[in-house]
Design a protein around this ligand. Structure first.
Ligand code: ASP
Length: 441
């Protein structure tokens, strides 16, 4: 049987196991379409409120979870050599997956030229202005990038915590955890403390997951009701390019990656993490999905050591779906505004998208915020591109749901590959989906 058919069947089985979440998504789409046609402001408010309650509840546990998981992960890996090996592998694997994503996005966007179809909506003087800014900026790039890198280093970790600046928090916590791993036994009280924090936050996650089906129903319905189905035709080519790109990443890149770097079957992995994939789609937030991503991987055989190390870092730094979207979006804008695209320019967009995506917080809508970083690198500001941005915004939430599904899935792909390489996976459990225990019921 063809691989993509097997993957679809595995996802189907995952859906069967989690029919209540899946029904939430389908019902959400139907109710959203109805509400878009016949506005019922009261119902829309209630749905939005329900969705927000669900997202907030999970976001509430994210910070303690990320901090405790990274500290436990790094200190449990223990000796420096093993830590270095895991860390290096993780960076290389995440790098490979994200490079594939940006290459696919660039190739598709250049081939299908989604921006050309909307160029007649753009005023001529706005286009000329954009072209001139890009040309000037090409000469003086470095300043922007060094600034971006400086922002990763928190000058006050507490202010990074207070502002929820995830990349800066991760930089601090990783350095702190490595130091803790190196100081020997005196670290016991602190490590035990974080072990308790982790256990308690996972318990809260179990409780919150009881609300997964209604929460995802509400989120999907309010997203769909806000855009309806009509706008799809005006920007269909852009959406089409994105969907093809996402599908290639999911059905070709991940399976090939797993085949090449591990002996894990993509079909089994997708079945193991189907709940996390659905929740990622429904919430459009990798951070909010993180507790569930960890639960799926751990309860299905990937060791705690790998999960607590690779997944929290992945949920923050590995955003291949986001990078793919950003490359397509920037090329779309360049085409719409008639900016010439040479090879150097395209490579620059790809590199900037890899950096910008990893600085994106795992929350809904983060990609369009960090898109400004890429545009900035090209000497542009979003204000110059309002008309183009308006197009991107119309379908922002749908593309967000899809790219977040990829962001979360690729975290599990990398975690599973490392677990396989390091003998940190219980295959008896992992290879038996029939025996998987329920997570979201
Ligand atoms: N919503 C995405 C995530 O949480 C980030 C983004 O692309 O906006 O992974």
């Amino acid at each position: 049987m063809k691989l993509h058919m097997q993957i679809l069947i595995a996802l189907g089985l995952g859906i069967k196991r989690n029919w209540h979440i899946f029904s939430g998504i389908i019902l959400g789409i139907i109710v959203g379409i109805l509400l878009n046609k016949h506005h019922v402001p009261y119902a829309e408010h209630i749905l939005m409120f329900m969705g927000q309650v669900f997202i907030r509840l999970i976001q509430m546990v994210v910070m303690p979870l990320v901090v405790s998981a990274i500290i436990i992960g790094i200190t449990s890996v223990g000796d420096n050599e093993q830590l270095g090996k895991f860390g290096k592998k993780m960076v290389i694997y995440y790098g490979i997956i994200t490079s594939a994503a940006v290459a696919i996005g660039a190739a598709l966007a250049l081939f299908f030229k989604p921006g050309e179809g909307v160029s007649h909506y753009i005023m001529q003087n706005a286009a000329a202005d954009v072209q001139a800014s890009v040309a000037t900026a090409m000469a003086q790039q470095e300043g922007h990038i060094s600034h971006m890198i400086l922002d990763f280093i928190p000058n006050n970790p507490f202010s990074a915590f207070a502002h929820g600046n995830m990349v800066a928090i991760i930089v601090f916590v990783v350095i702190f955890a490595i130091a803790l791993a190196r100081v020997g036994d005196v670290n016991r009280p602190l490590v035990s403390f974080f072990e308790s924090v982790f256990a308690a936050t996972m318990k809260i996650t179990d409780w919150i997951m009881v609300l997964a089906a209604p929460g995802i129903f509400a989120l999907t319905a309010s997203a769909v009701s806000s855009f309806g189905t009509g706008i799809f035709s005006s920007i269909s080519k852009y959406l089409f390019v994105l969907m093809i790109g996402f599908a290639i990443q999911l059905f070709v890149v991940y399976p090939l990656f797993l085949k090449f770097f591990s002996k894990i079957s993509a079909v089994t992995l997708f079945s193991a993490v189907a709940e996390a994939m659905m929740v990622a789609f429904g919430t459009a937030s990798s951070s909010a999905t993180l507790p569930l991503t960890i639960a799926c991987c751990e309860k299905r055989g990937i060791s705690h050591k790998i999960c607590s190390f690779v997944l929290p870092l992945g949920a923050t730094l590995n955003m291949d779906g986001t990078a793919l979207l950003q490359v397509v979006a920037v090329i779309f804008l360049a085409q719409a505004y008639g900016v010439p695209l040479d090879l150097f320019f395209i490579i620059e967009i790809c590199v900037l998208a890899m950096i910008a995506s990893s600085t994106s917080a795992g929350i809904p809508g983060a990609a369009l915020i960090t898109l400004a970083l890429i545009l900035n690198g090209m000497g542009l500001s979003p204000e110059q591109l309002v008309a183009g941005f308006a197009f991107l915004f119309t379908i922002e939430r749908v593309t967000d749901m899809m790219r977040t599904l990829l962001n979360v899935t690729s975290d599990t792909v990398v975690a599973a590959a490392i677990a396989d390489n390091e003998g940190e996976i219980n295959y008896e459990l992992f290879n038996n989906p029939a025996n998987y225990e329920d997570i979201t019921s």
